[in-house]
Design a protein around this ligand. Structure first.
Ligand code: PHE
Length: 350
């Protein structure tokens, strides 16, 4: 009788399988628990005759080992696979995944500009966005009360009161990155070869073509015997690298208080390659930056001997450069943080 029961339970245990932790626990309690089947079988074993004990003892021990081994094996696999909640979980559903962020188009373009100038030996310099009048205007040769100051509509933060300021004048949000030129020249010795990327602010009504803040990259090169030819070649190289070989450049005379002579640089339209389109207003040319030879007054204001040293400077808007690269026509898109817009640029430049 006992022998039959063991045979029956042996086949039950051998056939048993599960990956459900609850079912496995039921199995353990039923066979291996303190009031389980194996305990009962050993109790019953005490009553059998001594002759039977010899064979049955072996069979009973083997069954016990089988049940224990089965439990150990299923425990290993079930805990990894399932926590007993399989009814609530459909493991065949696709995962949720997560989207990687993308770089902002302005960050991509800034980085490309920086990389090109790095190759020419320009380092990156930065300065504060809240500036004083001296660094944003006076040192750059904008005379007091001169109409040239109106070229840039300034956001003032604090008007200087006579006798109360430190001699550096009104505090304002910088209107251009040229202020960083001044800071660099004041605090070091020539030669200087740097580009200065940063955010600038102007008090303008926000529209598709104007914004109250935008980004510039300023460039400054000061050394002995720097000439306009160096300026032209540097910017020509930059444009070939940025927009491709064969992009033409032209310089038009212009005016900035801090450069003399001054120029604006146009390039052949990157969209129509000079044939005429909406972007270049059918002219084949688009303006991308202002530049010139650093005015000797600016060098002297920064404590640099203008008889010994000369230099060139240039400044460009990053939004403008990005516009010509990606045809982003509305400036407001850059600061609205619309992910549908931003994620288009993930593979444009890595
Ligand atoms: N600072 C000028 C601007 O914001 C650009 C410029 C920089 C022009 C350096 C000449 C030299 O328009």
């Amino acid at each position: 009788m006992l022998q039959d029961k063991i045979t029956q339970y042996t086949s039950e245990v051998s056939a048993f399988t599960t990956n459900n932790a609850d079912e496995l626990e039921q199995f353990r309690i039923r066979f291996l628990g303190t009031k389980g089947i194996i305990k009962d079988l050993f109790d019953a074993f005490k009553a059998v005759s001594p002759e039977e004990k010899r064979t049955l003892g072996k069979v009973l021990n083997e069954f016990k080992q089988l049940a224990e081994a089965k439990y150990a094996e299923l425990k290993d696999s079930s805990s990894a696979v399932d926590t007993g909640k399989s009814a609530d979980m459909d493991l065949t559903l696709p995962g949720e995944g997560f989207e990687l962020g993308t770089r902002h188009p302005l960050a991509l373009v800034r980085r490309e500009i920086v990389e090109i100038f790095n190759k020419l030996g320009f380092v990156v310099a930065e300065g504060p966005e809240i500036e004083d009048d001296w660094h944003n205007f006076s040192a750059l040769n904008f005379p007091e009360e001169h109409p040239a100051r109106d070229m840039q509509d300034t956001f003032f933060i604090r008007k200087a009161k006579p006798g109360e300021d430190d001699g550096k004048g009104d505090i304002a949000l910088r209107t251009h990155t040229s202020s960083v030129q001044v800071r660099m020249m004041e605090s070091g010795k020539p030669p200087f070869r740097a580009i200065m990327p940063g955010r600038v602010y102007r008090n303008e009504a926000i529209s598709a073509r104007a914004h109250c803040f935008f980004h510039q990259v300023e460039g400054l090169y000061v050394d002995e015997n720097v000439s306009f030819a160096d300026l032209k070649q540097t910017l020509f190289y930059f444009v070939q690298e940025l927009y491709g070989e064969g992009t033409k450049v032209r310089f038009r005379p212009s005016y900035f208080p801090f450069t003399e002579p001054s120029a604006e640089m146009d390039i052949s339209c990157t969209i129509c390659k000079g044939d005429g389109c909406q972007m270049c207003k059918q002219s084949g040319w688009v303006e991308i930056l202002g530049c010139g030879m650093v005015d000797p007054n600016v060098l002297e204001n920064c404590g640099i001997d203008s008889n010994k040293y000369s230099g060139f400077a240039f400044g460009m808007g990053i939004e403008r450069i990005a516009n010509l690269k990606f045809e982003i026509k509305d400036l407001r898109l850059f600061s609205e943080n619309d992910v549908r817009f931003l994620k288009q640029y993930k593979s444009a430049l890595i």
